[in-house]
Each structure stands twice: as C-alpha cells, then as structure tokens.
Design a protein around this ligand. Structure first.
Ligand code: HEC
Length: 205
C-alpha cells in the first residue's frame, strides 16, 4: 500500500505540480491542439469551403433572405462574378455550350438590344429618342473587361445604365456575357479570318 501511495505521489509530482519556476516549456503528456499551426491574432479567418454552412449560422438559413445572402457569399464566382479573394473572375464560371450562347443571344435581344443594338454597336432604337449612347462592345476598354466585370455591369448597372438583376437570373446573365464575347469577336474579325463558305454568304448579303 505504501508503495502505491509513494508511486502515486511521485506520478502526480512529476506530471502535475512542479513547484518551481522554469523557462523551459512544461512537460506536456497530453498536448491536445497546443502545437497546431493556429491562426494569428488579427488575421483573417480561413475561408470555409463552398457549399458549407458555417457553424452557428444554421438558424439564419431558415430565413430566406439571409439564406440568399449566405449562398451568394459562398458561391461568389457565380453570384457576384468575383473569386474568393474578391477579384473579378477572368472567365464565365459556367460551361460554354452552343445552347448557352443561343440563350445569351435570345436574352440579349430581349433585354439589351434596344439600347446596344443587335450587333452591340450601341445604335439601338432607344438612341433615336435621345438616350445616352453606349460605346460599341468592341471598344478596347470593354474588350479588356474581365467576364466577372461584364456580369457585374448587368447585375448592378454602370453610370447611366440601369441594373438588370431583377429581370435576368444569374445563369442568363452569364449566357449574355458569353454572347457579348461572341459579338466582340465577330465585329473585330477581319474578312480574311472568316471561313470560306461563310465568306460567300457574307458577300451575298
Ligand atoms: C436603357 C438602355 C440600356 C439597356 C437596356 C442596356 N444598357 Fe448597357 N449601357 C447603356 C448605356 C447608356 C451605357 C453607357 C453608360 C455610361 O457610360 O454612362 C451602357 C454601357 C454598357 C456596357 C459598357 C460599360 C462601360 O464601361 O462603358 C456594357 C458591357 C453594357 N452596357 C452591357 C449591357 C447588357 C449586357 C445589357 C442587357 C442585359 C444592357 N447593357 C442593357 C444603356 C443600356
């Protein structure tokens, strides 16, 4: 019995109370997470991966408006045209297929062509009534916009152009962005770059 008590005493003496000051790190039999690469004070918290609801935000998710805001923050490229570090996305974050381009053309003709013209020249019908005239889409400044910026212009408007976020859903806004790119390419293209069979068709126009 005495032995056990002595052993127990020694054990707690070594593990627990050391009873003197030391500059050395303490003996740490169970380090838990003490030595992890933790985030420093004042540092931005690590961003959680997409499609994850942050802990403690579950209740916000039952409120539709909050849920929308959180989802938009989570999938920034698609909803805001920005990547996770807040820069404009270079290219559309959706698959560009023929169907998407066609959809873009259709939506563009409905929502944009009255001002920007069906060809993107800025000579839409509205110009006859004295509205501010936009630059043609193949203006260098507009060509150099990142896809995310074009998406943002449709979503929030720019200077004298109004926002179209209420009328056009996100996937259609991206489809329109792909169509604007097609208008830029086709208008900047030189006649010698046009494939032979289309050249004939163009001549007959
Ligand atoms: C009511 C007329 C009108 C409609 C409709 C319209 N825009 Fe515009 N848009 C303008 C005007 C005006 C400008 C020029 C804004 C300025 O510089 O003040 C402009 C500018 C732009 C620009 C260039 C921005 C820049 O930096 O010069 C883009 C890109 C654009 N519009 C895309 C679109 C798209 C895509 C649609 C359809 C979803 C659309 N616009 C619908 C009037 C319109």
């Amino acid at each position: 019995m005495k032995r056990i008590i002595t052993l127990l005493f020694l054990f707690f003496f070594i593990v627990g109370c050391r009873g003197w000051r030391s500059e050395k790190p303490p003996v740490h039999l169970n380090p838990n997470l003490d030595f992890q690469a933790s985030i420093k004070a004042q540092e931005d918290p690590l961003l959680s991966p997409d499609h994850i609801i942050p802990w403690g935000m579950e209740s916000d998710f039952s409120d539709l408006e909050n849920r929308d805001a959180i989802i938009k923050q989570k999938n920034k490229p698609f909803y805001l045209g920005k990547n996770r570090s807040g820069e404009w996305v270079e290219t559309v974050p959706v698959d560009v297929t023929h169907a998407v381009l066609k959809r873009g053309q259709e939506r563009y003709d409905i929502y944009c062509s009255m001002c920007h013209g069906k060809d993107g020249s800025g000579n839409g019908i509205v110009m006859e009534y004295g509205w501010f005239k936009p630059k043609p889409y193949w203006d260098d400044a507009i060509v150099s916009y990142k896809d995310g910026e074009l998406f943002d212009i449709i979503s929030n408007g720019i200077r004298t152009m109004p926002s179209y976020s209420q009328q056009i859903k996100e996937s259609d806004r991206w489809a329109i962005v792909t169509y604007i790119r097609a208008l830029q390419v086709s208008n900047k293209m030189k006649i010698q770059d046009v494939p032979a069979d289309y050249k004939e068709k163009l001549k007959s126009l």
